[in-house]
Design a protein around this ligand. Structure first.
Ligand code: FE2
Length: 568
């Protein structure tokens, strides 16, 4: 209260501001106007005044920043993202130059292997960083109940949901909410979140019509999965905040761009990355890159800027603090050269510059994780189940780099068995359990590749042409604490060590990019034709993408969640 009283005195001209930004073209997110010749007065990290008065009361300490006719925007808010192979420090370091001052982080990934403790250490790492973090916490939607063994219990969710920095439940895969036993747990969590006035963040890939509406009945308020114009409009009409995903892993803007030609309201559209991989960070950028793409594709800048500021703030009930340049809000301010050129020259968070003259002026805080989180790969004794080599067998066929389908092939027929490799799902938290399936369409000609960076599961996946190479990969993944390894026979050809939870590397972003590139190149040199093969193998066990997936119990057909073997 006292802070706001002081702010009000600054606006009245009775107390000098700490900083004045003058002479800018200010984007008003409420009216969508670019207003010329504007000043912002800042005190104690908050905005006291916004308007044409460039001459407040000053004292010796008042700093004046001349924006020289450049454009002033609120700091960007990233509404849905994940760490992608990288640690928190490198993430922060690479987010700052792009003008994102607030990030809503999904914490599912560290909870996947270490449950509550994984989430808690993750949250500690987000505290006190130069950019502001909020978070969502996921129920953990697995293919079968055994993928959900690390899911937080209701009593563990409660303190998190009561935390003001927790904005809701995230990543509720729509198919899971309707499952008998698994669904009930998620339904209860969703209603708990609603009771606490938190958001229930959806994930509706492929849902439509009555199913989408039935899912929406559980109080779901956002979705970051639409990939067509029709899907965007259907969800907007149901009251969703629609997050259009444009990051290096998934790029949906080109597919939905037609929506911006419609005469409808865009205030519930949000632009998010859903995570950017090291290659994307280095070569394109973060949400700044998504914004540039939006503007290049013809989204009017004023609409695009609303999508990463006020719209996100309103969705998460944060607009009393964030998302606009107006009195009483946090002084998170960007200066960009002109309306259509999104390349921040200056980034301020709560009144302090965090980026200027082409470099960051702050360092990310060091994060700490306990030793045991670097030793997450534990494989019980196992012998390879013999893969069938004759007769008919069920295989998982890659339709795209992410989507798969169930296919029955005759292994004695040369066409049927063409481009089929072994695919082993192996429990990697030491409980035992494995299933040997077959994968078609990868293109791998020799050796084996394995990963512990699998989405939504405690399994590691190893694809291979021979069991000797597969054994080498498993041994190496254990030695390096997880990540991705490609081997031929006894030789390790390339690897990406990701020892934190078997999913993240704490090395500098440039090194991560180089290691992944080398891994992908060696896979491509050995026959793999996919653009991002590492990602393809990581996603083989997620219920988030159709149609046939795999666990250490067997294949799982998403349509009916039937657990299926190789036998037909
Ligand atoms: Fe996500």
């Amino acid at each position: 209260m006292e802070k706001r009283r002081i702010l009000s005195e600054v606006a009245l001209g009775n107390i000098p501001p700490d900083t004045i930004i003058t002479n800018g073209i200010l984007f008003n997110v409420f009216t969508r106007e670019f207003l010329k010749d504007q000043s912002i007065w800042i005190k104690d990290g908050m905005i006291a005044y916004v308007g044409p008065d460039h001459d407040p009361l000053k004292d010796a300490k008042t700093e004046v920043i001349d924006a020289e006719g450049m454009v002033l925007l609120p700091g960007l808010i990233e509404g849905h993202t994940h760490l992608n192979r990288t640690g928190i420090e490198e993430f922060v370091r690479h987010v700052i130059p792009g003008g994102v001052t607030t990030v809503v982080m999904e914490t599912i990934d560290l909870g996947l292997i270490f449950g509550k403790e994984g989430v808690e250490y993750f949250l500690r790492g987000l505290e006190g960083q130069p950019i502001r973090f909020y978070y969502t916490v996921a129920p953990l939607c697995g293919l079968t109940p055994s993928e959900e063994i690390k899911a937080l219990k209701r009593k563990e969710f409660l303190p998190l949901l009561r935390d003001p920095n927790c904005l809701g439940i995230g990543e509720i895969y729509w198919g899971n909410i309707f499952l008998k036993k698994q669904g009930e747990r998620i339904q209860k969590l969703a209603s708990l979140a609603l009771d606490l006035n938190k958001r229930v963040e959806g994930h509706t890939a492929g849902a439509t019509g009555r199913k989408l509406q039935a899912y929406t009945c559980f109080g779901v308020s956002s979705d970051h999965e639409p990939i067509t114009e029709d899907e965007v409009v259907e969800r907007l009409r149901l009251g969703y905040w629609v997050m259009i995903r444009e990051g290096s892993v998934r790029k949906e803007l080109p597919g939905v761009i037609g929506v911006f030609n419609k005469k409808i309201d865009f205030r519930r559209l949000i632009l998010v990355t859903d995570g950017v991989d090291p290659e994307g960070f280095i070569e394109e950028g973060y949400l700044d890159a998504s914004l540039r793409t939006a503007i290049k594709l013809g989204v009017p800048p004023k609409i695009a800027y609303q999508m990463v500021t006020i719209n996100v703030a309103e969705h998460f009930h944060l607009d009393h603090l964030l998302g606009s340049l107006s009195p009483g809000k946090m002084a998170d301010i960007l200066i960009i050269p002109s309306v259509g050129e999104f390349s921040p020259r200056f980034v301020m968070r709560e009144g302090k510059a965090i980026f200027k003259d082409g470099k960051a002026t702050v360092e990310p805080l060091k994060t700490a994780f306990p030793n045991y989180m670097f030793k997450s790969v534990s494989i019980a004794d196992h012998t390879f189940p013999p893969p069938p080599d004759k007769g008919k067998a069920r295989v998982m066929e890659l339709v795209t780099g992410l989507v798969t389908k169930e296919k029955i092939v005759d292994l004695e027929n040369s066409e049927g068995s063409r481009d089929v490799v072994m695919l082993l799902a192996l429990d990697r938290v030491g409980q035992g359990g494995e299933f040997m399936g077959l994968l078609k369409g990868l293109g791998l000609q020799r050796g084996a590749y394995g990963t512990t960076m699998s989405w939504d599961t405690i399994d590691m996946f190893i694809v291979g042409c021979d069991t000797h190479s597969m054994e080498t990969v498993i041994r190496r993944l254990k030695e390096i604490g997880g990540g991705g390894v490609y081997a031929i026979g006894d030789d390790i050809v390339s690897e990406f060590p990701a020892p934190l939870c078997g999913m993240y590397s704490l090395k500098p972003m440039e090194i991560l990019r180089a290691e992944i590139k080398k891994l992908e190149e060696s896979l491509k040199q050995n026959g793999v034709k996919l653009e991002k093969p590492v990602l393809t193998i990581d996603t083989l066990g997620t219920p988030a993408i159709p149609h046939l997936r795999i666990t250490h119990h067997g294949y799982v057909r998403l349509r009916d969640r039937a657990v299926l073997g190789l036998e037909v």
